[in-house]
Design a protein around this ligand. Structure first.
Ligand code: KIV
Length: 257
């Protein structure tokens, strides 16, 4: 049975931490799902970790849907959420409905995520939620705004912290089912988490969020560069390289097959 957004809210009420990770293909999605991850996010970070771009900006909606469909085929239990990529939803609410609608209809994901908590983003979340498309918000560091904000921690001044708090409240009131809090002070994340009835999913936002998300490539030691708040639990790049070197050596020495 696939998880529902309502289940996430129940877990928040029960203080049961929510586990979220990103995926970009069928094989990883299957592993994450079988390991019991609750939310599998087809994040637009796949632009960097799967497609070799420098930022998330170049990835297109068609590319995201291609990866989302592969991920969805590998998942039975987790809630699968697909990022709406840069410029696939900011132009107008109709553009956002078309993009989010394609994600649900063409890939089978159960929700979409979009960045920002400014009034236009809030209006989009309200419209999508009204027509039955579950939306996850994302405030704090929003990588699609890298050219304006860089990758620095957000919410470090009182004014910025107040703005982010108000954005999170507005997104929640608009109907978002959860909100990613990225790279903000732990104290601010704690305040937002306490104020909202919907779950907060932190990344670089301290341990008091209702759940945590990491880019799976960072967790596995596969990324070229990773943010200061990420943690690698294994160096898969080293392990894979060793396996390939062993294979190459056995082929050169005609030991394999
Ligand atoms: O694109 C992504 O992977 C994300 C996570 C960092 C939350 O948005």
């Amino acid at each position: 049975m696939a998880l529902t957004t309502q289940q996430l809210i129940t877990w928040k009420q029960q203080s049961r931490p929510i586990i979220a990770l990103t995926a970009w293909d069928y094989a990883f999605a299957q592993i994450l799902d079988m390991a019991g991850v609750d939310i599998i996010l087809v994040g637009d970070s796949l632009a960097m970790v799967a497609l070799g771009y420098q930022t998330t900006l170049p990835v297109t909606l068609d590319e995201m849907l291609h990866h989302a469909a592969a991920v969805r085929r590998g998942v039975e239990r987790a809630l699968v959420v697909c990022d709406l990529p840069f410029l696939s939803y900011q132009e107008s609410t109709s553009q956002a409905i078309r993009a989010a609608g394609r994600a649900l209809k063409e890939t089978g994901v159960q929700g979409v995520k979009l960045e920002g908590g400014h009034p236009a983003a809030v209006e989009t979340v309200a419209r999508l939620s009204d027509i039955g498309i579950p939306v996850m918000g994302h405030v704090g560091l929003t990588p699609q705004s890298v050219n304006r904000l860089g990758y620095r921690q957000q919410g470090t001044t009182e004014a910025e912290a107040e703005r982010i708090l108000l954005e999170a409240i507005a997104l929640s009131e608009a109907g978002a089912f959860a909100i990613v809090l990225e790279h903000i002070p732990a104290k601010l994340a704690r305040i937002i988490t306490t104020k909202l009835d919907i779950p907060t999913i932190g990344i670089g936002a301290g341990s008091d969020c209702d759940g945590q998300v990491l880019v799976t490539a960072d967790l596995l030691g596969l990324s070229e560069k990773q943010p200061p708040f990420a943690k690698s639990y294994v160096n898969l790049k080293e392990i894979i390289t060793k396996a390939i070197n062993n294979f190459s050596q056995e082929v050169r020495e005609r030991e394999f097959p």
